[in-house]
Write a protein that binds this ligand. Structure first.
Ligand SMILES: [Zn+2]
Length: 117
């Protein structure tokens, strides 16, 4: 069997990780009231953030995710702390929780992370 290398990130929160770490959300009964209940009974689930249930986006691999991160870092102004950013991004996966993106100030969150280390 081919190993699934996909790497996913949340659409609505800070979590990212391997496709093998995702949660599985059963759609609400309201969603399934429209005659598609058989899908749910067959065990179909939607992959989601393991902490909050947010839907996910995906890359083909962790390497692709890392390349995207490096591209983001390269686009930042001079003086941007790239090593801190990389550690902080990994901490968003390792923390065992997630933070909703709505109203979230990533620069402040990264700064707080750096000050706590
Ligand atoms: Zn989440």
């Amino acid at each position: 069997m081919v190993k699934d290398e996909r790497y996913v990130y949340s659409a609505c929160c800070t979590w990212h990780g391997s496709i093998n770490e995702v949660g599985a959300m059963a759609p609400s009964p309201e969603v399934w009231a429209g005659g598609r209940r058989n899908d749910l009974e067959r065990g179909h689930r939607l992959p989601c953030c393991p902490h909050c249930g947010s839907p996910l986006m995906e890359y083909d691999s962790r390497a692709e995710w890392d390349a995207g991160m490096e591209k983001f870092i390269a686009a930042q102004p001079d003086g941007f702390d790239a090593p801190l950013y990389r550690r902080w991004m990994q901490s968003l996966h390792d923390s065992g929780t997630c933070v909703p993106l709505k109203g979230w100030d990533w620069r402040s969150a990264m700064k707080e992370f750096g000050e706590s280390k």
